[in-house]
Ligand binder design. Sequence first.
Ligand SMILES: N[C@@H](CCC(=O)N[C@@H](CS)C(=O)NCC(=O)O)C(=O)O
Length: 222
Amino acid sequence: MKLYNLPHSPYAARVRIQLRLQDLPVEILPPPVPLRTEAFMERFPLGKVPVLELDSGETVAESWAIMEYLAEIASGDGSGSAAALVPECALGRAQMRMLGRYADLHLAVNALFPLFRAAMGAAGDTAGIAQSLRGELAKGERLLASFGDGARPLHLGDIALAPTMLYLHELSPLVGITDPLAEFPRLAGWWKWVNGIAPVQEVLHEVRVAYRAFIEGLTAKA
Ligand SMILES: N[C@@H](CCC(=O)N[C@@H](CS)C(=O)NCC(=O)O)C(=O)O
């Protein structure tokens, strides 16, 4: 199998974290045809990275769909390591999916994307973005509280959230927030926990380096 990847993509990073945790035999490659071209859209209908290409030639897009597919393969055919990233009980799986959807449908849409647009130079309401960021983090704090205080194994929801959280740390100084989790102890504890897991920490470091290089490239062109 092949994973078409962009080094700074938070969505591709999720899959790369999982590949390391589950020790899955997947080759990581740049997109085989240029993004945003007819050729890319024809080969990859949703037009985005990451894409997983199976040995049969079929493709799976959308990071969450890829992660669930890989988790099923890892548990089903013995090709990966035993690290189970999907809880066994239905409630645990629902919580995993809530965390993933929180990352994509709340934190990314309402906080990360406005911050990213600001980083790209778009004029924006700085105070409004900061307020929205705090509001979305408050949701995450309440969500973690609703899961209870017991220790639990890492799951796909954590892996989905981690790269988004990295980007918030990179970008929130743009709206005057240097430590976005300062007011949110549960999220701060979660962030410390995931960063203590070596494959998560390694991939997040790669993304940070790639993002900073990407921004420097943009600045150099301007
Ligand atoms: N919902 C998608 C989002 C993927 C996405 O937005 N990928 C970006 C890179 S971070 C991309 O392919 N951008 C290229 C483009 O839009 O042309 C997922 O979870 O995989």
